[in-house]
Design a protein around this ligand. Sequence first.
Ligand SMILES: [Zn+2]
Length: 285
Amino acid sequence: MCCEQVERQLGRYVDDEISAAEREKIETHLGFCSSCQAELEEMRELVRGIAQPPAVTVPDFLWASIARRLDKTDRTISPARPLRRLRFRGAPWAIAAGVVLAVGLSMFGLSSLESTAHASTVDFGVLLDALPLDAQKAFRKFLMRYDAKPSTPVAAKRIASALNFDTPPVLPGGFRLQSVYELRIGGTRGIAAAYDRDGEFLAAVFHPPMKHEKFGSHENLPCVIGDHCGHKVQVGEWKLVHLTDPTTCHCLLSRVDEQSEMPAVMAAIAPKLTETGPTSDHHHP
Ligand SMILES: [Zn+2]
């Protein structure tokens, strides 16, 4: 067994979903391969849920206001300084979060940090930046960031019952389901699924529509999949495509061709979105 074969099986190995013979082969390989051992440890960590809490992200439009307020605070409201230092020492994001809370409270009259700083944003920057090096690792980083817990297709449906999505065992084109995860995106739930086709990785993320999806330095451009309008970010041969309906944003990370393969794959993971035909009278949100 080579590293690539082992890596592809690790998820099922951790979930104890492989035969005794496969298990033995993997364990033999793990016995001498430190890189696969590290991979296994990383995956176990993910499974245990010892993920870093998601960093608080701040919508761009709030940054200017935050910067102004911090600046003002420093110069005019001196009693706030030691307190801020004390509580948020060395954690600029925590300071930002506190200010977002304050700004959020005063601007929108909202009462929880969750609804202002967390739940309105999904940040794909970490995923997109690491894509060209290793797509699966990039995806795992994204999973860790959103506190992923292993799940099953059935449990995922129950957990995210408000979302319209499907994680079939096999997708058009022959991609096989490897794993399903439950995500925490601020106060809301999301679902992620990883697929494999002879070593070709494909992943889907489902989350409620949000005001902000962040893509780091990558450009998000309009695109058309089948008869639906969406958005995409392209990084090398990888594409992160989003189609949104009123309940769900369907995010597909893959290398499949947009014209030929992608419409069928998208239809399989976004059933209600695509069940209306091109002639029917439906609207785009
Ligand atoms: Zn999305």
